[in-house]
Design a protein around this ligand. Structure first.
Ligand code: RIB
Ligand code: CA
Length: 310
């Protein structure tokens, strides 16, 4: 039975895997992307915003989402970016080649609250970056933001090492205070951590076999924006490709049965130098927070291959 697509807001620090996640979201019939808000993380927020607007010009989604520019820095901390992974422009150096942006930009936190007010329980927020915007929305109008149906958050590392220092995952490391406030908000949250996202990767050969027979323009875009990201993984992880952190979060929002989750009480280490951003969890019978602990990799890979490229 085909249900009507659910309204979705994507909050993103538009980096390379974020861009692949946006493409997957636009090609997922379960989701209707009504809004995209940007947050500083992989790159400064103005670059993330330019990346989203440029990608919309190329991807031409059936419904053009509203775009909001969000936080330029974490709640309390100085900003940490990841140019070594995503390039200084956040898109592997291709941002400047994207067409001039046309879609207007509004305030990101206002847009999150307006979507929360309009769609309430129907709204799913897919958070692909640091949770600064969501924490600001919660602080500004808690009653409105708490109307949101579910947050799917790519973040955290529980039974695996971190990717930003020994224990922290990048999104939580950048703004541990925001993560603690959002995870503790009582809003239904599905956390999609490195424990499952690092089991989902693509290789350059895969992309190359996917490309033919698909839209040449989009195939070229994917291969060019992923070039630096793949080189980073070759040097640090020993494979020419990349982890699909954010695309998995989008896929979980579209098809929750892709992962097995455990209700958990999650603790975020907010201070301390070496432990900042560490996430730990205790299994409980009932919680507003569930953590993905297993992923059906074969099903995800099939979904990613069939939907990424038009
Ligand atoms: O740790 C991976 C996450 O941090 C991904 O969302 C990536 O895009 C960066 O934001
Ligand atoms: Ca991201």
């Amino acid at each position: 039975m085909n249900r009507s697509p659910r309204p979705v807001l994507i909050d993103t620090d538009t980096g390379v895997d974020d861009a692949l996640a946006l493409m997957l979201a636009f090609h997922s019939p379960e989701l209707s992307v009504r809004a995209i808000t940007t947050v500083a993380g992989n790159a400064p927020v103005d670059r993330c915003t330019r990346n989203v607007r440029g990608l919309l010009q190329v991807l031409h989604p059936a419904t053009v989402p509203e775009v909001g520019r969000g936080a330029s820095r974490p709640l309390r901390r100085a900003l940490t970016t990841a140019p070594e992974v995503h390039g200084t422009d956040g898109l592997g150096g291709i941002s400047a080649t994207l067409p001039a942006a046309r879609v207007p930009v509004v305030d990101g936190v206002d847009l999150i609250l307006r979507m929360s007010q309009r769609y309430g329980r129907l709204l799913t927020i897919i958070a692909l970056g640091p949770l600064t915007n969501l924490a600001r929305a919660l602080r500004r109008k808690p009653d409105v933001f708490r109307r949101v149906g579910r947050i799917v958050s790519m973040g955290g590392a529980f039974s695996v090492p971190g990717n930003t220092g020994p224990v922290a995952e990048f999104n939580v490391f950048v703004d541990p205070d925001a993560a603690a406030e959002v995870y503790g908000s009582g809003i239904p949250i599905t956390i999609v951590p490195l424990d499952v996202t690092e089991q989902c990767r693509f290789t350059r050969d895969e992309l190359r076999t996917l490309a033919p027979g698909r839209s040449p323009k989009i195939s070229r875009l994917v291969l060019s924006l992923a070039r630096g990201y793949m080189e980073y993984h070759r040097m640090t992880e020993g494979f020419v490709g990349g982890y699909l952190h954010d695309p998995l979060a989008v896929a979980v929002a579209a098809q929750p049965s892709l992962v097995r989750c455990e209700p958990s009480r999650v603790v975020v280490e907010r201070d301390g130098h070496s432990l900042r951003g560490m996430t730990s969890k205790v299994g409980v019978r009932r919680s507003s927070v569930e953590v993905a602990v297993q992923v059906n990799r074969t099903r995800f890979r099939r979904l990613f291959h069939s939907r990424l490229l038009p």
